[in-house]
Ligand binder design. Structure first.
Ligand code: HEM
Length: 508
């Protein structure tokens, strides 16, 4: 007789109940032990019948677009203070805030990047995307070697040699915008600025004329958009891979990634060949990298990772911040007039803006900084503790995912009174806040700090100031009142409705 037939229905039920209870007990114990070392760190209120497990998942899942993840953690910071944890299942993130904490994490302890977050950019859907590029390289020694190579290419004296490209691409965009400046055509500025940023990085970093500004739909632009969308989906929903409704998007993602890597490979190979044949090549960032290329330490796939990294890091962030800048200038016409007064005085009718001219544009710089304070495109960055550490008197265990937030700091009224107001003046030298040293590297850090700060910050500042100056010299504008001023927070922070304006050619 089969042994199972001897077991009655009630025995089976008892067995099932017993097994499930043991499993639940096991899960509870596991979660208890996981949370135990963090019990002393406050966390936001949790909701739902399984909140012991799901933690703060419910609030994270019901994020309002207008606030975004950054707005939510700002709310939690205001409720809980400088060090708090957020958790869902076994994942625990400790948010640390305040100048001392930021200095400790980024400089004094120089913590490693957190592999969990950066792996989603490096190898999303088990495909090689940004791979071991500069942003996503976790191994410190390998990262150091590539950073040393790139540092040279991003020095101001090297960037100076690319000013023609920065000017030329901005002029092209101004020309295109002039054709729409009838006061009636609604112009979505974000996609236009995005194309500008793509064309500049293509030309300055990789020496090719992408010309997306003059095209409605650009091949490279489309591939990059598909790539970012795929990564974004994964970041907000780790279960996306098993959802049939998302299969098409994932397949588009994989196809675009393959094409992008192929495009990069061909371009790099061509440049290597041209250099070997002593052909004339542009003295761009790619040439600098290849000339310094050490075959022992870099493979072609590594170079492709870097190529893609610069395309993405160099485009999204700057484009987002410039779209926010136009939105803020539209809502603060006095600031726009001051900026224009300055560019009229120092640039006037010059078509070419030099580094010396840029140095005179102090108010324009302040407008860019104030935009980055309110709307840092990379609103958080994460690190991992490699040993137990103490921050603000709070012990944080080894192997903890730590988060620092330029967004929280930028909205802290202690350093930035009336943080919701757009006041570029607070960054003027001699202003009471700069005098009191309230605004410093540890309260304002949109480009991060320490060894892993943004290598492209000078690049971004040049691009931003040239664009803003030329825009103010050429146009008057009104915002489309019907647009939302909310946030869209995916991989980066951007204006929800993409900054819609009506342009008119300026009456001088
Ligand atoms: C407004 C514009 C920009 C902002 C706000 C910004 C912000 C940042 C931040 C916060 C980081 C640190 C990220 C982290 O720790 O995970 C970073 C890293 C990086 N950024 Fe930017 N970025 C901007 C523009 C650019 C541009 C124009 C480029 C290239 C041309 C660039 C290339 C990079 C690279 C390669 C890294 C990684 C550096 C490393 O780890 O060594 N960024 N950026």
């Amino acid at each position: 007789m089969n042994i199972l037939s001897n077991i009655g229905l009630s025995d089976l039920t008892a067995l099932l109940i017993g097994t499930s209870s043991s499993f639940l007990l096991y899960l509870t114990l596991k979660q208890y032990l996981r949370l135990k070392p963090y019990r002393h760190i406050p966390h936001p209120k949790t909701y739902g019948p399984f909140r012991f497990f799901t933690g703060n998942l419910k609030e994270l899942q019901s994020l309002k677009d207008d606030i975004g993840f950054s707005g939510l953690i700002l709310k939690w910071f205001n409720e809980l203070g400088p060090v708090f944890k957020v958790y869902f299942f076994g994942e625990i993130i400790v948010s640390v805030n305040g100048p001392e904490a930021v200095k400790k994490v980024t400089i004094e302890l120089d913590l490693h990047k957190n592999d969990l977050t950066y792996n989603m950019l490096a190898f999303p859907y088990n495909e090689r995307a940004l791979g071991t590029g500069l942003v996503t390289e976790i191994n410190k020694e390998k990262w150091k070697a590539s950073r040393a190579l790139f540092n040279h290419a991003f020095q101001r004296n090297v960037l100076k040699t690319f000013l023609d490209e920065f000017n030329e691409k901005s002029n092209l965009l101004m020309e295109k915008l002039r054709s729409k400046a009838d006061g009636k055509t609604m112009v979505p500025m974000f996609p236009e600025i995005n194309k500008l940023a793509l064309d500049i990085i293509s030309s300055v970093a990789f020496g090719f004329n992408n010309d997306s500004i003059n095209q409605n739909e650009n091949y490279l632009n489309k591939l990059i958009i598909n790539l970012l969308e795929g990564i974004n989906e994964l970041l907000i929903d780790p279960l996306v891979q098993i959802k049939p409704g998302k299969f098409k998007m994932i397949s588009e993602f994989k196809k675009s990634l393959k094409e992008l890597r192929e495009f990069s490979r061909n371009h790099i190979n061509q440049r290597i060949k041209d250099l070997e044949n002593k052909e004339h090549v542009p003295n761009d960032i790619l040439t600098i990298i290849i000339k310094n290329y050490d075959g022992d330490s870099f493979e072609m796939e590594d170079l492709i990772d870097q190529f893609l990294t610069f395309f993405i890091a160099g485009q999204e962030t700057t484009a987002n911040s410039l779209a926010f800048a136009i939105l803020e200038l539209g809502r603060n016409p006095d600031a726009f007039l001051k900026l224009r007064e300055e560019v009229d005085k120092y640039i006037g009718c010059k078509n070419y803006i030099s580094l010396e001219d840029l140095a005179n544009l102090e108010y324009t710089s302040c407008v860019f900084k104030e935009t980055l304070r309110k709307w840092p495109p990379a609103p958080e960055f994460s690190r991992k503790t490699y040993k137990e550490i103490e921050i603000n008197g709070v012990t944080i265990p080894k192997n903890t995912w730590i988060m620092c937030s330029p967004f929280i700091s930028g909205h802290n009224p202690e350093y930035f009174p009336e943080p919701e107001e757009f006041k570029p003046e607070r960054f003027l030298s001699g202003h009471e806040f700069s005098e009191k040293n309230l605004i410093n590297s540890y309260t304002f850090f949109p480009f991060s700090l320490g060894p892993r700060n943004c290598i492209g910050q000078n690049f971004a500042k040049i691009e931003a100031k040239i664009f803003l100056a030329k825009f103010a010299l050429n146009f008057d504008f009104q915002l489309n009142e019907n647009q939302s001023y909310g946030l869209k927070e995916l991989l980066t922070l951007r204006p929800k409705d993409g900054c819609q304006v009506y342009l008119t050619q300026r009456n001088s």
